[in-house]
Write a protein that binds this ligand. Sequence first.
Ligand code: NDP
Length: 491
Amino acid sequence: MAELDKTQRDVGVPGDWTYASAPESRDIVHIEDRYGYFVGGKWLEPSETYETIAPRDEEPLAAIGQATAEDVGRAVAAARGAYADGWSALPGSERAKYLFRIARLLQERSREFAVLESLNGGKPIKESRDVDIPLAAAHFFYYAGWADKLEYAFPNRRPRPVGVAGQIIPWNFPLLMLAWKVAPALACGNTVILKPAETTPLTALLFCDVLRQAELPPGVVNIVTGDGRTGAAIVESEDVDKIAFTGSTEVGKEIQRRLAGSGKRLTLELGGKAANIVFDDAALDQAVEGIVNGIYFNQGHVCCAGSRLFVQESIYEPLVAKLERRLTTLRVGDPLDKNTDVGAINSAAQLEKIQELVASGKEEGAEIFQPPCVLPEKGYWFAPTVFTNVAQSYRIAQEEIFGPVLSVLTFRTPEEALEKANNTPYGLSAGVWTEKGSRILWMAQRLRAGVVWANTYNRFDPGSPFGGYKESGFGREGGRHGLEPYLRFDE
Ligand code: NDP
């Protein structure tokens, strides 16, 4: 051994194989000290502000406007004006040009957006760089293609825009959720007022500069910032024709109650507690990668996260052993480091929620596994976690944790897997791992979930509709289906 050490020293072979840090430079991003609201193509000065921070170390980044009902009213008026003043009557081929331009500009400025997204939201740079920003651009490209083909998408139905769309988005995929909402709305000839989440406003505010570069007519897209009160003001605004909301089931229900009887259109994309089901004939190493991607991608802040793992009993032990070993190789740390797999938790409030649910799991009798990892002292962090010995009734098997926490359960037969998987108030997504195509189809037909992935997980494409059943919401985003909520079909 001593000789080997000596040889290693002589030939310069490193004794320590840990990754060196590979931080992405943040110099490409310019953050203003203070932001107002983007209304009618201009910046309005806010009367009140709050501070947005970087969750990795709680560094203050900028002062953000807290929009009041009056500010929302101004933005809605600007959207209404732009709608009446030509945007809704513009030929689809002209609208498409703006969408193409926005898509191209997002691609050109992708590094800037990726760095800002990771800084303000805490997600690993490799995810914002390789997933969020390319997919956001892809959504604009995709819906640009539909803008002049609506008559072909809905033959004999005379598709017309709905009017002014109020859009409220969450903090887990800030720019991507903006793209999911804004691209189809504009393609169909609507105008928009959008509110990003309180904790992650910066990429939506940078997007306003893309709109300026694309020379989008003033008022077609208006962005107001603030907390839930601003969201509520959008919902209650008289002159908004449609609300599109992504976020918690609780707030979704509240919005649905408020809109009842108002005649306003509504789509809700809410929470989930997805089942990822592994049969004994699955390729285990591949399944382990899918499980890891399903729950630790974006720190588990994913509405369709595979947070309930169902394993066929005969492979339970080898699968859990492989999974736990894989967890020890996940690198938790600085979101701006290109080697990081699991970044920072988005906010103190979300961290507290995760901690509370994890404590309940331990109390109820589940067994916890966390790989050894050193978490940074400042900021909001939570180690990747696996719970085994979980009963269906435990809170960690029932409630959306929205963090890097997996609950493992078992089954014996496909019927049992199905029954357990569907035993949830949610119905957004599911995963099935097996080598048998017939079993995939059998399961997919019976799983009550909007999306079912087979031998993969968390795959997204703008051409594929996404949305839920039951308490996961209603309406679809993406694909041709994603156009429908933004169209009316008057004869
Ligand atoms: P919310 O549902 O509160 O947030 C979603 C968006 O709605 C945000 O822009 C929020 O603003 C806004 N909002 C809040 N209250 C209202 C209201 N009364 N009327 C209109 N808009 C409102 O989710 P949270 O951020 O509070 O997260 C709580 C939990 O929700 C998470 O732990 C997670 O379980 C779940 N969640 C699910 C998401 C999903 O994609 N399915 C996404 C986000 C959260 P603000 O940011 O200022 O609060």
